[in-house]
Design a protein. Structure first.
Lengths: 311, 215
């Protein structure tokens, strides 16, 4: 019973923190640029407001437009059930295989692309085709990073990988881990649609990828798609922070350690959000045809990381 | 623990060398080179602290001053004077270069497993890393068309040599290192002069057009 409650707590922490992280990134970027920017909690208000509005669908759209937003929102939420935040027991730790996690996430990307196509507008199709290109380029790098950690910890179970990261794997294989860190950073940027790959702020038709797909969504549908993207970003950041900053990951379950590890998790995620936001400010968005080079860079780093571990 | 830290720094140097391959802007290449030299100087400094040798402190300081500030400044100045176009032309495109580089690095790591280095080595992984950086520098030199990127390839190669010299042998004698720094400075100055002349004489920054001067 206690493990189930812990699992439920971790699950809800990921869901609750996810709009905050995105809001924090926006706020950081505004502050560094010298403007005030929206409140950190603005994404929560946006979701609440959108939930109350009615859905307007194009008369060209089919049943895909009705079911796709729900699938896009539910898939990352399901994956959040796989992911340990501060305890090894998760909602789906009995089946918590990290490769399954990667491909369940791909299901969400697939339905998002279908939703873009289904609107019958040219922007949606454009965004979908770009999104599928980026996703298919990011996937080999991501799965290669996953294989590196699976080899290092002799398991594909997420809880087990995080547990062994809490040991001294990072300092046992510093070269391999550093290269994997860099590769995972690139994959995170690509999958979360951050700046060198995609600009989450703009609605300029030449550059947008994620925004182009959800351009025709409205009301509740838009809120669901936004939730999906927030939770997906948070999942990648959680993965990143728990592998490379394995602090605050305990197995003792007193109320103090739980509170303390939630606090540490919050600090880790905020730090990572601020780092990514500042990274975004210093970089320019890559030209679309340069994305393959960036993803190739990530893939090569991940490949070398795996090989240097085995050699 | 200490050797792990040195290997960590070495890994950053390797990542920056791979990043050098992906750049198609001259400004970006020079910035990457400056950051890479900074990491090399940290690495030399930490080996110096580990083996408490005064020569390595001097060497680290010289690396910091010359390679992180003076040479990038000179290169930036050269670019500004030349008004060179920012794109880098390459014989091999970036994606293929990355594939070649990954093969080279894997081969280097495989190769160094069969080499026994006598004596006590501070950080075992630094040797294949710096060997890879040397090969990457050589690859940049042969695969790029413009002299200034070829120069950056040479400087990357030199960083790799610096790294392998300090990590495997606890540093060379100070007089040799000062000689190497002098060499690098003179090399960079000469190269920028030659680049200036190429630019002035044939109105182009392309080393391939030099073959038109055949009799």
């Amino acid at each position: 019973m206690q493990t189930f409650l812990m699992a439920l707590l971790q699950f809800f922490i990921i869901l609750i923190i996810s709009p905050f992280i995105v809001g924090l990134m926006q706020k950081t970027k505004s502050l560094v640029r010298g403007s005030v920017g929206p409140c950190v909690f603005q994404p929560y208000f946006n979701i609440l407001k959108l939930m109350q509005k009615e859905v307007v669908l194009s008369n060209q759209s089919s049943y895909i437009s009705i079911i796709a937003p729900y699938i896009v929102a539910v898939v990352p939420i399901t994956v959040a059930g796989f992911l340990p935040v501060f305890d090894s027991n998760t909602l789906m730790s009995f089946s918590g295989d990290i490769i399954a996690m990667v491909y369940i996430l791909a299901l969400g990307t697939f339905f998002l692309a279908l939703f873009g196509f289904d609107q019958g507008s040219s922007f949606g199709g454009l965004g979908s085709s770009r999104e599928m290109t980026v996703a298919s380029l990011a996937e080999p790098a991501f799965i290669m990073v996953i294989f590196t950690f699976a080899l290092q910890s002799n398991s594909t179970n997420i809880s087990h990988i995080f547990d062994s990261m809490r040991g001294d794997i990072f300092f046992n294989y510093p070269v391999s881990s550093t290269l994997a860190l860099m590769a995972l950073y690139f994959v995170t940027l690509a999958e979360a649609g951050r700046i060198p790959i995609d600009n989450p702020e703009t609605h300029l038709e030449l550059t947008m990828i994620h925004e182009a797909m959800i351009l025709d969504a409205s009301g509740r549908n838009l809120a669901l798609l936004e939730i999906g993207s927030f939770v997906k970003t948070t999942i990648f950041l959680t993965l990143f922070s728990n592998i490379f900053m394995p602090l605050g990951f305990y197995d003792t379950n007193t109320i103090w350690t739980i509170g303390f590890s939630i606090f540490i998790y919050f600090i880790k995620m905020s730090t990572l959000g601020v780092i990514i936001a500042i990274g975004e400010l210093t970089l320019a968005k890559l030209r679309y045809f340069r994305i393959s080079d960036a993803m190739m860079f990530g893939f090569v780093l991940a490949l070398i990381s795996m090989v240097t571990y085995r050699l | 623990m200490f050797s792990d830290f040195i290997e960590l720094i070495g890994a950053f140097v390797l990542v920056l060398a791979i990043l050098q391959i992906t750049s198609d802007r001259l400004y970006f290449s020079i910035k990457v080179y400056a950051i890479q030299s900074f990491f090399v100087s940290i690495s030399i400094l930490s080996i110096g602290i580990y083996s408490s040798s005064f020569d390595l402190y001097v060497s680290s300081f010289l690396t910091l001053v010359i390679k992180t500030f003076i040479i990038p400044y000179a290169l930036f100045k050269t670019i500004d004077e030349m008004k060179i176009k920012r794109e880098i032309k390459a014989f091999v495109n970036i994606t293929n270069s990355l594939l070649v580089i990954s093969a080279i690095i894997i081969f280097t790591f495989l190769l160094t497993r069969y080499i026994n280095i006598g004596g006590s080595v501070i950080a075992k992984e630094i040797f294949p890393i710096s060997l890879s950086i040397i090969f990457i520098g050589a690859f940049i030199m042969v695969s790029r068309q413009k002299p200034i990127t070829q120069l950056i390839g040479f400087l990357t190669l030199e960083n790799g040599i610096m790294l392998v010299a300090t990590s495997v042998t606890y540093g060379m004698p100070l007089i040799v290192e000062i000689g190497i720094f002098f060499d690098v400075i003179v090399g960079a100055t000469m190269a920028s002069l030659i680049i200036h002349h190429i630019n002035h004489d044939i109105d182009d920054m392309d080393a391939t057009s030099l073959s038109d001067f055949k009799e």
